[in-house]
Write a protein of this length. Sequence first.
Lengths: 182, 182
Amino acid sequence: MARRTRQQVRKGLVIVNTGYGKGKTTAALGILMRSWGRDMRIGGVQFFKHEKASFGETKAMKRMGIELTPMGDGFTWTSRDLDETQAKALHGWEVAKQKIASGGYEVFLLDEFTYLMHFGWLDAGEVVAWLREHKPPTLHLIITGRDAPPALIEYADLVTEMKLIKHPYEDQGIKAQPGIEF
Amino acid sequence: MARRTRQQVRKGLVIVNTGYGKGKTTAALGILMRSWGRDMRIGGVQFFKHEKASFGETKAMKRMGIELTPMGDGFTWTSRDLDETQAKALHGWEVAKQKIASGGYEVFLLDEFTYLMHFGWLDAGEVVAWLREHKPPTLHLIITGRDAPPALIEYADLVTEMKLIKHPYEDQGIKAQPGIEF
């Protein structure tokens, strides 16, 4: 009977990929690929990625007809002026909220979203309160980025930490490889 | 000058996604999506996945024209008779070796390959020795699965541990969600 109950529960999962290792975004992309294979309605916002950027995933998404919107100014860890970055990111969150609340999606990705909370641009408690109220119950929501705040982890159903064991940049002189890293 | 040298190194990475958390296979699929977006030649073998299985990724790969061959008998953690599983898996490795050595790919996935070594069906040292000799230098090779053996980690360029922080199956009564988990 317990087993039967388990089988019956069906809900939109809140999935968080965090940690300092690789694979947070690619694991999210892999989920999008799976749900695309099942003809689910997919959307997402890539924070920080430049709106004109053309990464491997941007090209792939376009070709697959998946709406994954880059809404950033191309921020990198070496950026100095964060005002523009912050404004674009917060605008991205407003756009994402409309899309999430619209009910038009079955799977939605907020890529690199944790930084908006970690940098103090958004309050994690308020984000979670908004999601509790407005996220459609069956919508699967995937959030990636380092330093996922405790309130988000508390709210999430599935949290994975990607942990670096060995990295070619640190150990060897290897450049980022197109198609693999971006 | 050191920086310039870094930029110039270009090689096929050996990427290992291991650990007991989620995201090992999906992160690999995300890399395949990126490289597909860049029109790279992609191949792979999914060990254990039943050859007739139709997962979200199977459907997606077929639609994308990516050759990702399921070569297994549908092994699960509750399987009892492993003879057939072992035979199919070892056959999968023979097929994979031919494909890898062929030079016909730029990115290749060995999904859930670590188990063949962890279960003692293959010797990790011999696998690595074979790869050192036969893997084309520019081929990116991605290997997933729990318990990656030390010889493989030693050989790999990039190793990430996917670590479980919170899981819906354990904490709540949630069933596996199509398009997300498979």
